[in-house]
Design a protein around this ligand. Sequence first.
Ligand code: KIV
Length: 278
Amino acid sequence: MPVWYIGFFIRESRMSMNVPKIVSMKSKEKIAMVTAYDYTSARIADEAGVDIILVGDSLGMVMQGLDSTIPVTLDEMIYHTKMVKRGVKNALVVADMPFMSYQADYVEAVKNAGRIMKETGCNAVKLEGGREFAVTISNIVAAGIPVMGHLGLTPQSINIFGAYSARGKSEQESKKMKEDAKYIQEAGVFSIVLEAVPVNLAKEITESLRVPTIGIGAGAETDGQVLVFHDLLGLFDDFKPKFVKRYAHLKKDAIGAMENYIKEVKDKKFPDKEHCYE
Ligand code: KIV
């Protein structure tokens, strides 16, 4: 094998993630996705090696202290995605389209998706919903903007659902979700988030699609998993959905560190010589 070819191969394998690579991971390698909302959290996730960083509108809850994602604006999504993008070298960056940035009509949706991509440099957008958004999805994709779908518990519809509970438990809902997955796949999504969906339904949908599914509270049979950064690291404890696994307890550690700092200030132990200019 010529040396230039080996060099090219090594460079290729180190090149950043893109949409076709994510699609090709289906059934071969599980996709690891996590949310991030700023430069520092994006650097942590990217250096750890996640495949996809989602700038989720969940930032309304974990960053802004809101009780739903409904008030999050397009300008806020753009602001956070810009910060995230600066911290990422390898992962695919996907930005959520916030509530009412794509629901009214598809022309406005294309313009708003375009603004997100053009102003932030993200690689794709995500939007919630099934067949009713198929035309919107196909028009955004036709404009050159990859779209990730989102089915199951779609938090922007909280006022229709009434509660953040699992979806697709009834025969009727499960049938609709299976059909919706097919509709949005045909419309052109490159992957679909399945949120709070029974394990068997998520498995059935995953097996029926060409594009990968990424689950959150949808069991182990999806093609990938996503968790919210602050949940994964134990930074956010206002509430804990059943599907959240905490891989660290950073809020507890942070409070401990703050308490030490406060004590050292009060006891006049900080700053010591090491932290002063001569
Ligand atoms: O907004 C978000 O963080 C999400 C994930 C939970 C999938 O949509």
